[in-house]
Write a protein that binds this ligand. Structure first.
Ligand code: ADP
Length: 400
């Protein structure tokens, strides 16, 4: 039997990111992006190996983009997928792991929409469209929040009146679970332990950023909370601010909620601090050219990250290592070095040469003498989604 294929779908309100993954393979057979859906400019681009292509769409809706994938998969893989794996942002407390999608699962995703009003409805559009196109295969939902459902109450509860939690679900959920799970699993393999073993701190640093404490494959605490705004400084998100900032801005500047939400989600973080850009590559260049805002933004980013990691360390009984991942974590030797300069308290230090010399896209260890492991591990959320989807289907087959 040839290795099974999984079509992984990440659906936004006007876009679909997709990847066709083959069991046991580290590279996608096919991957791409449908953009500007719902508009006359809708387009679909995809990559197979090193080749990039455009595909034509017969219509501009999500279902049209997914229909266009059918012949592409036939041409490039010669066999249909065995499953479709859907990334879903918010599973609330309903979901502690992957689930085969049925009406009950869709209802629960809908019920969690107030917790992720931009994401869950878009994810549902993708699920419904894909179920109409890929009719003969199971569809599996993988939740960004599910990995963190193992957090104990002392980590996930806010110090707010009880009924806000019991009646309204106000608690810390955490996100980026797929990535933290994937890299900590890889870290244990890299460190010569059994898969999933070990006491790890993980820093996922992309446009969104979060840190996580993981013990033997279970998330014990993480920096994001009710929404993906809590915690670290990010590209355009502020991360933690004084919770009274809303009232202060409303009183002193007359700002309404929409204005404040825009400030905290789209105008803050690296962009707001630097006054320049949310892109770390450009900030590094500007810093090297003497730009004060860029220097400050990177310093705040790294200090706040180190502070978060040191705080999360209390969730662990010991520290086997720290993992950097995401576009910034995997590529920025500067961010890794500045962050580690604040983490002597955890016994961590870097080998500066190994930090700089690590080839792009490659996993490797960069710690100095006597330090717990410091690992750079490229994340692969699509692979994790594909593998979890197949593992779930295998478990169901065995138990039926
Ligand atoms: P997303 O969260 O959207 O998936 P990524 O994980 O791709 O984002 O991370 C994007 C960030 O990674 C950007 O800030 C980008 O500048 C940064 N980045 C990518 N390559 C480099 C590099 N070589 N050096 C520094 N930062 C980089």
């Amino acid at each position: 039997m040839t290795n099974r294929l999984v079509l992984v779908i990440n659906c936004g309100s006007s876009s679909i990111k997709f990847a066709l993954r083959q069991e046991g393979q580290s590279e996608a057979v096919l991957s791409g992006l449908a953009e500007r859906l719902g508009s006359p400019q809708a387009s679909l681009s995809f990559k197979s190996g090193e080749q990039s292509h455009q595909a034509s769409l017969h219509g501009n809706e999500h279902v049209d983009a997914l229909s266009a994938l059918l012949p592409l998969i036939e041409n490039h893989a010669g066999q249909p997928p065995s499953a479709v794996g859907h990334r879903v942002v918010h599973g609330g407390e309903h979901f502690t792991g992957a689930r085969v999608i049925d009406q009950e699962v869709m209802d629960a995703i809908e019920a969690n929409a107030p917790l992720a009003p931009l994401h869950n409805p878009a994810n549902l559009i993708g699920i419904r469209a894909a179920m109409g196109v890929f009719t003969d295969v199971p569809h599996v939902a993988i939740f960004d929040t599910a990995f963190h459902q193992s957090m104990p109450a002392h980590a996930y509860r806010y110090a707010l009146p009880d009924e806000l939690y019991t009646l309204h679900g106000v608690r810390r959920y955490g996100f980026h679970g797929t990535s933290h799970q994937y890299v900590t699993n890889q870290a244990s393999i890299l460190a010569g332990m059994n898969a999933g073993e070990g006491a790890w701190l993980s820093a996922h640093l992309g446009n969104g950023c979060s840190s996580c404490a993981v013990l033997n494959g279970r998330s014990l605490d993480t920096s994001m909370g009710l929404t993906p705004l809590e915690g670290l400084v990010m590209g355009t998100r502020s991360g933690d601010v004084d919770p009274n900032l809303h009232a202060h801005l409303a009183r002193t500047l007359g700002w309404d909620l929409e204005r404040i939400e825009r400030l905290l989600n789209r105008e803050s973080g690296l962009l707001g601090l630097s006054g320049l850009t949310n892109d770390m590559r450009q900030l590094e260049q500007a810093r090297a050219d003497g730009h004060h805002g860029a220097r400050l933004a990177i310093e705040v980013f790294c200090y706040r990250l180190a502070r978060s990691l040191a705080g999360l360390a209390v969730a662990l009984p010991r520290l086997d290592g720290l993992i950097f991942t995401g576009g910034i974590g995997e590529n920025s030797a500067l961010v890794r070095a500045l962050t580690l300069s604040h983490l002597g308290i955890l016994g961590l230090n870097l080998d500066p040469d190994r930090n700089i010399a690590l080839p792009r896209g490659q996993a490797g260890a960069i710690q100095g003498h006597g330090s717990p492991a410091v690992l750079v591990i490229p994340t692969d959320e699509e692979r994790q989604i594909a593998e979890e989807s197949l593992a779930l289907l295998d478990t169901q087959t065995r138990s039926s």
